[in-house]
Design a protein around this ligand. Structure first.
Ligand SMILES: Cc1ncc(COP(=O)(O)O)c(C=O)c1O
Length: 366
């Protein structure tokens, strides 16, 4: 099977093998060496000197950690949404008794920094802004993140960023862009199985945690930080995933971040060119297309509900469908992590064959 969803992504054989190692004592010296190494590696990938905490949870756990540690019950927060994953922040914030003020942008577009400025001017009580960097549901990157960060800090607010499907594949300059809390997830560009989430914390964010009255336990980042100082995690970590991550980071840092970004950009362009050559349209606006996932509109006359089933059953390729209001209207082609030209070429051929099987007259052959 060619797994072309935007996470979980294929794991290199050496990483899978690393994960098969025997268990060790998670409170012993071997694990301390591993977590110190993976934390230093993650800080390089995050491009930060801030603390980066690795939690045993999926990306949504990292998002929940960001909320419970920095948002108070009853607090009004600005949630900037450009798709389904931005909306997840709304749900988490509401679940903890805080009040989201949503600033929604049309699916396929990026957040307009000027409108964020207006929203913060109109709501001077807001001290926290939550935003998605790369919207996996629409294949769109919020390209104005550095400008947004500057505005958020001008209003003395904290900037919390879901970079789950971008960080490690697309540049996210945590320190240069002054991002307070940044979240990523192992099953995306990190070439590791699902189950670890990474959360970086700035000095401003640590200060907020000290006075935040929100109850928290498993995801208390102060506990994670004090355990990390001993070379441990507060609770039993997913050891096999740490073994995988250790190997994956070794491979990533050997390739080099710039080379990784370049490879993702090149393969994304190849995907987009191939898709357009078939006469199909992308959901993301021009210049906003994600380098990790391409969202493609199902063409007129094709039954969108059948696309992923036919691609999987007849052509051995797994694409993701649309989520929420996009169900049946798009399919998503993932190109992040351990991905190479031949994977894209095979994916494009599968797209073409699937469309032909569903009765579409393709413009050009892939
Ligand atoms: C942008 C974004 N945010 C949040 C999530 C949720 O992460 P998880 O499914 O690992 O909980 C995902 C995963 O697809 C994502 O792509």
């Amino acid at each position: 099977m060619n797994l072309r969803i935007p996470g979980p992504t294929p794991v290199p054989a050496a990483v899978a093998q690393a994960g098969a190692a025997d268990m060790i004592n998670h409170r012993g010296p071997e694990f301390a060496a591993i977590i110190r190494r993976t934390t230093a590696g993650a800080q390089q990938v995050f491009q930060t000197k801030n603390a980066v905490l690795t939690l045993t949870a999926s990306g949504s756990g990292g998002m929940e950690a960001a909320v419970v540690n920095h948002v108070a019950p009853g607090e009004r927060v600005l949630v900037v949404t450009i798709g389904v994953f931005g909306q997840r922040f709304l749900d988490i914030v509401r679940s903890y008794g805080a009040e989201p003020v949503e600033l929604a942008f049309e699916f396929g577009s990026a957040a307009d920094p000027a409108l964020i400025d207006d929203a913060l001017k109109a709501n001077p009580d807001i001290r926290t802004v939550l935003i998605t960097h790369n919207e996996t549901s629409t294949g769109t990157t919020n390209v104005y993140l550095p400008q947004v960060s500057e505005i958020v800090h001008r209003h003395d607010a904290l900037m919390i960023v879901d970079a789950i499907s971008s960080l490690s594949s697309i540049p996210v300059l945590t320190d240069e862009w002054d991002l307070d809390v940044v979240i990523s997830g192992s099953q995306k560009g990190w070439m590791t199985a699902p189950g670890l989430t990474f959360v970086s914390v700035s000095d401003r964010a640590w200060a907020r945690q000290e006075t935040n009255p929100m109850p928290r336990f498993y995801f208390d980042l102060r506990r994670a930080q004090s355990a990390l100082e001993r070379g441990e995690t507060p609770w039993t970590p997913a050891l096999s995933l740490f073994f995988q991550l250790d190997k994956a980071l070794e491979m990533m840092l050997a390739e080099g971040l710039e080379a990784i970004y370049e490879r993702h950009h090149r393969l994304a362009r190849m995907t987009r060119d191939g898709i357009r050559a078939l006469g199909l349209e992308l959901l993301a606006g021009e210049g906003l297309e994600s380098d990790t996932v391409t969202a493609v509109k199902i063409p007129e006359g094709v039954d969108g509900s059948k696309f992923t089933k036919v691609a999987r059953e007849e052509f051995g390729t797994v694409f993701a469908g649309g989520q929420g209001p996009l169900r049946g209207k798009i399919f998503r082609f993932g190109h992040l992590g351990h991905v190479h030209e031949e994977d894209i070429r095979a994916g494009l051929v599968a797209v073409e064959k699937t469309l032909v099987s569903l009765g579409y007259a393709v413009a050009n052959r892939a």
